[in-house]
Design a protein around this ligand. Structure first.
Ligand code: HEC
Length: 161
């Protein structure tokens, strides 16, 4: 008998709970519809970058081919990978930079007073445009402010003319 009462009680509580939640739902339906503007404002709030902000074409190349060693902010890794910020070789003659992309770099070098004796692989497999884009990107990022590099110059250095 005691069990039956408990069962009935439980059932009633469940019924009441369902009734209340249904009421809540119908209350929601009555509220104002959300406008398109509100939705797009909510979406853009959650986007990492504003859609009207232009992303540099070389950024993707940098992320895929340079970031693992030189880091996202170009600060490098002490004693291993030199930085790419102000005072680095990024401000050198663009022809030299293209040559590094073609042949890679090894042996002792000094960047910002720090010595590096490591190995950077060739990036000659990248297209002229990709190399121009990534060099232009590093030359205007990480605090740098140097002229962009053109695909024509990359082609010229590649052909050795
Ligand atoms: C596998 C790691 C690695 C990758 C990937 C790499 N580098 Fe390097 N980079 C190095 C190392 C190591 C050196 C220094 C070589 C030495 O010690 O002689 C260097 C040197 C340089 C230098 C000259 C020194 C300086 O810091 O100014 C530039 C410019 C440069 N890299 C740009 C790039 C760019 C642009 C990319 C992508 C297209 C890239 N690197 C990809 C490891 C890497």
């Amino acid at each position: 008998m005691q069990r039956r009462i408990t069962k009935v009680l439980m059932f009633n509580t469940l019924f009441l709970f369902l009734l209340v939640s249904c009421k809540n739902n119908s209350g929601k339906n009555k509220s104002e519809p959300v406008s398109k503007e509100q939705i797009s404002a909510e979406i853009s709030k959650n986007l990492p970058e504003k859609s009207n902000e232009k992303v540099h074409a070389g950024k993707a190349v940098f992320v895929n081919h340079c970031l693992t060693c030189h880091q996202a902010d170009g600060s490098g890794v002490p004693n291993m990978h030199p930085p790419l910020g102000p005072g680095s070789w990024v401000g050198k003659d663009p022809k030299e930079l293209v040559a590094i992309m073609m042949k890679g770099l090894s042996g002792k070098i000094v960047v910002n007073g720090e010595e590096y004796k490591n190995f950077m692989p060739s990036h000659a497999k990248l297209s002229d445009q990709e190399i121009a884009d990534v060099l232009s990107y590093v030359r205007c990022s990480f605090g740098n402010n140097f002229e962009p590099v053109t695909a024509e110059l990359v082609a010229k250095v590649r052909s050795g003319k």
